[in-house]
Design a protein around this ligand. Structure first.
Ligand code: URP
Ligand code: ZN
Length: 505
């Protein structure tokens, strides 16, 4: 059973992008009623949050649930399992990639994703619309999507022969998007050169998962971001890079933002926490479940691949200084059986699970060692995605009138990751064995108390589709320049192009 009655969360530290303050939060049904020094009302439920961080529910900017990746290959997680996992980890809204497959209209792609999510998702959910090609008719279809509450799109510069688009398609799409004020996220890797490198490795007998990284070097991420940036700057279009993985690409983002490009960047926990030692040693094994080393390496087959350990520190610095604006997981889960079935690295399904661990990983490896402040943690895990994708202030904020999506986070809890503690359907996690500090204790979504004492309730009620709005101009004077703990800075409008979409990130 869950409840949407009045609830008072007392004694916690309320964390926002602006500050950290000892305060109480009162929920009234589906919304937040007040935040401050509050006394309990007769009859209301009181939850003691002493020693806890109280923060807005996490916003997942990047996940793939129930995604068909081939004729007989669909992700392990659908909206039921994926969003249970998200919720248990403190994410109350997921923005999934509804996908337009070749020959479909955008409306057909969106309608299919509504069918996949409705009644199954237990978080609230919104959609980006991923386009696997560009058609002239899409220029008007983009406007139809805005009317349907979809204001962000995606194009792939990788995955040649399935989803990759060419530069002229990028130009046409950005032109149409800029006219509407929508944004497009880009998978930045050069798909043509990935193909050439893959063929070279396989021809040399290099078929093991180790060689996936050889076919996806960081130069190809940097190259495609720079190419994309030139086109987007020409058009003056909002654009963002999904799952940025490498130090060199982060440096390009920093430079582009400094010169006023309308560019925002997302990274993922796997690039902040894991590294390419996960691919093991060079080998050309026989595929198969019996080969444990190869299977372990296949778990880490994702695109872009895991990078060198040295890249991690650069990404943390970029997250702290505002070069990177939010953290999504790119949760795209496959079972070990699905990973094992491929004949060589090039055929291994790309992707890994991660939805449930996003907040705990950011806290453990970001806040605890002092790489980011608590305010920045909240900003990159929740508020900035809400701002950028037009969900704010309904989401990403603990303020009167905002949705009662609240996470009570225990910053002292120590635990070790193992898949039995998680709720996704992958059956494995690339983070197994990591020791974490910080864990989600309670989660309210729309006022429903859905995680209690780190346990997901048995019958979580379904989530709602939430519309993304186009951003409206922001009064930058309302936002303080520095975040709570003086270290990193969460908001520096002068450093950014003062566009309607980017000034608060
Ligand atoms: O390996 C990945 N990332 N798979 C999911 C699809 C994508 O590239 O985002
Ligand atoms: Zn993805």
């Amino acid at each position: 059973m869950t409840t949407t009655m009045k609830t008072l969360l007392t004694g916690g530290l309320v964390v926002s992008p602006q500050d950290v303050q000892a305060a109480d939060v009162r929920l009234d049904g589906e919304t937040i009623l007040e935040v401050g020094q509050l006394t309990p009302h007769e009859g209301e439920t009181v939850l003691d949050c002493t020693g806890m961080l109280v923060m807005p529910g996490g916003i997942e900017s990047h996940c793939h649930l129930d995604l068909e990746c081939g004729p007989e290959l669909t992700t392990a997680d659908d909206f039921a399992t994926g969003t249970r996992s998200a919720l248990a980890g403190g994410t109350t809204t997921v923005i999934d990639f509804a996908t337009q497959f070749h020959g479909q209209s955008l409306a057909q792609g969106l309608a299919r994703w509504h069918e996949k999510a409705a009644g199954k998702a237990v978080t609230d959910y919104a959609f980006h619309l991923a386009m696997t090609q560009w058609q002239p008719s899409f220029a008007t279809e983009l406007a139809d999507m805005v009317a349907e509450g979809v204001t962000s799109f995606k194009l792939y510069l990788a995955y040649r022969h399935s989803m990759m688009v060419e530069d002229d398609e990028v130009f046409a799409a950005l032109t149409a998007s800029a006219a509407l004020g929508t944004t497009i996220g880009f998978h930045c890797e050069n798909g043509r050169i990935i193909d050439a490198l893959t063929q070279r490795e396989v021809a040399a007998g290099h078929t093991g998962a180790y060689y996936h990284q050889m076919a996806h070097p960081p130069e190809l991420e940097r190259e495609s971001l720079v190419r994309l940036g030139a086109i987007a700057d020409l058009v003056g279009a909002d654009h963002y890079i999904v799952h940025l993985s490498a130090a060199a690409t982060a440096a390009e983002v920093r430079a582009a933002r400094a010169r006023g490009s309308r560019l925002v960047a997302e990274t993922c926990p796997q690039y902040l926490v894991l590294d390419n030692t996960a691919y093991g040693q060079p080998r050309a094994p026989l595929p198969g479940e019996e080969d444990g080393e190869e299977l372990a390496a296949r778990i880490a087959v994702m695109s872009p691949p895991l990078r060198a350990a040295a890249d991690q520190e650069a990404l943390w610095a970029a997250l702290a200084d505002g070069t990177l604006s939010f953290v999504g997981t790119d949760h795209c889960s496959f079972t070990l059986e699905q990973k094992a079935a491929a004949a060589d690295f090039a055929a291994v399904p790309n992707g890994a699970p991660g939805l449930e661990l996003r907040l705990a990983l950011l806290h453990s490896f970001g806040v605890v060692p002092g790489r980011i402040s608590r305010s920045r943690f909240v900003e990159v895990a929740s508020t900035n995605a809400a701002r950028y994708f037009g969900l704010h202030p309904r989401k990403g904020e603990l303020a009167p009138g905002s949705d009662a999506d609240v996470v009570v986070f225990d910053p002292q809890a120590r635990w070790t990751v193992s898949h039995d503690l998680l709720h996704d359907a992958a059956g494995h996690t690339p983070y197994a064995g990591l020791q974490l500090t910080g864990r989600v204790r309670d989660v309210f979504r729309g006022g429903h108390h859905m995680v209690r004492g780190a346990e997901l309730v048995a019958d979580p009620p379904p989530g709602r589709f939430v519309r993304c709005e186009l951003p409206s101009p922001v009064d930058v004077t309302k936002h303080p320049l520095a975040s709570d703990e003086g270290g990193d800075v969460g908001f520096v409008p002068e450093r950014l192009g003062l566009t309607a979409r980017t000034p608060t990130l």
